[in-house]
Design a protein around this ligand. Sequence first.
Ligand code: C5P
Length: 307
Amino acid sequence: MSPAAVTASAPAKINLHLGVGPVRDDGYHPLATVYQAIGLRDRVTVRPAADEVYVVTVAGDPRIKLDDVPLDGRNIAVRAARLLAEAAGVHQPVAIHIDKGIPVAGGLAGGSADAAATLMACAALWQIDVPTEELARLAAPLGSDVPFAVLGGTAIGTGHGEVVAPAMVRGQYWWVLVESTLGMSTPEVYREFDKLTAADPVPDPEVPDDVMEALREHDVDRLGASLHNDLELPALRLRPELDAVLSAGAEAGALAGLLSGSGPTCLFLCGGEQHARQVAGALRSRGHASVQHARGPAPGARVEEVG
Ligand code: C5P
């Protein structure tokens, strides 16, 4: 008998390296990125729906702004459920409830996590036996970061981000995240990148050896020195006030700081949990309201409850 409800979760992602190449004919940019999943998760519950529509409800941490999350077919979770239904030949609309622990439009791939968790939850609800790697491949049309949200851990991303290969990483890493109340549009940041690089086009991106060696050796200082994000400059042009957040992290004693993805969340590497707590505390005492710490790498999308 098929279950009455399934809950799955999926992680937020950060980019330890985000190298961006010249815009392609299809409007996407080639990427060479190092993804890491961290301990913030969205939870998605799916139930068979009585009528013929997919419906979405959303709740979450009171600090997370939910107004911009669409509740209809535009929601990426609905697109994920429809994609799997079509691929598996299933005709079973679902009601989807999203419980958000990941900030919306923060550069942490919260929407991609919802899509990944929905794929996992629907596969379990419909009793489709599909390996995780296959689910990750299937997820690519949903968005550049969705395959990684399915896999989790630490991985190298190429293509426009959707081609993921797990990376060899030793140990755990502690991060402090400073969120911003105002979300940022990813396409807008890429457009600013295009403007900045129009006169002097960038080469195709590569992942530098430094960051991979630091991860293999669990050399936190070296990782700090090799963190890089090509979208940081364009994002700072659109939101100059983020520069002060990055400086505040350095003053609070973080080993290194950078923008997360296309922003606006700022990310700070710390030496351990205790250090992360100290840095987070120092940032809060400087008036930054939305600060939390999280550990990476974290597992990818997984089923949490079958009811
Ligand atoms: O793939 P996703 O839906 O997350 O991408 C959102 C938008 O971000 C794309 O439509 C595109 O404008 C931009 N983007 C890009 N190059 C990438 C990833 C995203 O230009 N590698």
